[in-house]
Design a binder for this molecule. Structure first.
Ligand code: GLU
Length: 341
């Protein structure tokens, strides 16, 4: 260990390679690369806050943070990493884990699916194309269906408490509802209302449609920090055990299927481009958050409100890509990663 730290002190930002299939990185290298990413990307002005949810249009567009959580629970945070922003679609991952935990991965496959839609997150066309199937819990249709599946069926208050407890276990601290966001989204979610009732028509809503939609809207309106999302991602990367609190948030057998869902559709219609260029399964939300899961290595998150046309934060994408590429981390490169002090 001492020897590796010494070598890396000589080459502070290059990755120490033991051989072609091994990649040893120090924590200080990671910190340095995260700082570089922050400095380079901070003043990027591309993208635009989501405005179809009025509350999101008014969030300070210059907020920007990057967080990493390692498998030993160590966290690295730069920028606005304690700012609670709307979790939005990133919450689809948390609730997908919850229903996989309650029903098992196979049942979720049968009741919702695990396919990419290749279409925007709120597509109604995708439901029709898939012959009534919501495709995946990580698009709006599948996420509303997932909320309908949360047990106990029929009891909105208990379902909500279960959803929040699950998110708390995953991220290690309780998320707070952003009431104004919830009101703003509830008043304008006409497209999602159509989705809920179309799913009802096809028998893919497993509880009251309006209640299921309300739970979905509420979970999207939870405030979360990039630090909390990095810890969630690290919990998934760590086989269900939260590396900070040591709480077992879900069974380890679910880590692979949930990560595969994230890889398949985490960036909606840009999921292929993302995996090709960033090499990390990641889930985005229109609130500007992204969380990435590098199995056995780390969770990473970034947050900046301006998004691109597919609803993915421009700066958060750039930051995660920068860090992955500089550290030569890639879920497909077959390299064993060793992180040392
Ligand atoms: N609550 C948002 C919606 O349903 C989430 C979309 C997203 O973050 O991609 O439109």
């Amino acid at each position: 260990m001492g020897r590796i730290v010494h070598c890396c002190a000589i080459l502070p930002i290059s990755v120490k390679k033991q051989n072609d299939m091994s990649n040893t990185i120090t924590v200080s290298q990671i910190k340095e690369i995260v700082q570089q990413a922050y400095n380079e990307i901070k003043s990027n002005t591309s993208g635009k806050n989501a405005d179809y949810i009025p509350f999101l249009a008014n969030i300070d567009k210059d907020l920007f943070g990057i967080s990493i959580c390692l498998m030993n629970g160590q966290t690295i945070n730069i920028g606005d990493t304690n700012y609670a922003f709307g979790i939005e679609s990133v919450s689809k991952v948390h609730t997908a884990i919850l229903i996989m935990q309650q029903y098992g991965a196979q049942k979720v496959l049968e009741m919702i699916g695990a396919d990419a839609t290749g279409l925007p997150f709120n597509s109604i066309f995708a439901i029709l194309l898939e012959n009534d199937h919501p495709s995946t819990p990580l698009v709006n249709a599948g996420a509303i269906s997932a909320c309908s599946m949360v047990q106990p069926i029929g009891d909105s208050d208990k379902k909500w408490a279960t959803i929040v407890k699950n998110i708390t276990d995953l991220c290690g601290s309780a998320p707070q509802l952003i009431d104004e966001l919830y009101k703003s989204e509830s008043a304008t979610n006409f497209n999602n209302r159509s989705i809920a009732w179309l799913l009802k028509n096809y028998g893919r809503i497993y509880d009251d449609p309006d209640m299921s939609l309300d739970l979905y809207t509420r979970q999207c309106s939870l405030g979360i920090t990039s630090n909390q999302l990095a810890i969630t991602a690290a919990t998934i990367a760590n086989g269900g055990i939260n590396p900070v609190t040591k709480v077992q948030a879900f069974n380890k057998e679910l880590a692979a299927p949930i990560t595969s869902l994230i890889a398949t559709v985490g960036f909606y219609e840009h999921s292929g481009d993302w995996m090709y260029t960033a090499g990390i399964p990641a889930k985005t939300g229109v609130g500007g958050g992204i969380m990435g899961v590098l199995p056995g290595v780390m969770g990473i998150s970034s947050f900046a409100p301006p998004i691109d046309s597919a609803g993915n934060s421009v700066k958060a994408q750039l930051a995660i890509k920068y860090i992955m590429n500089k550290l030569e981390l890639n879920v497909f490169n077959g390299k064993q990663v060793h992180i040392v002090d």
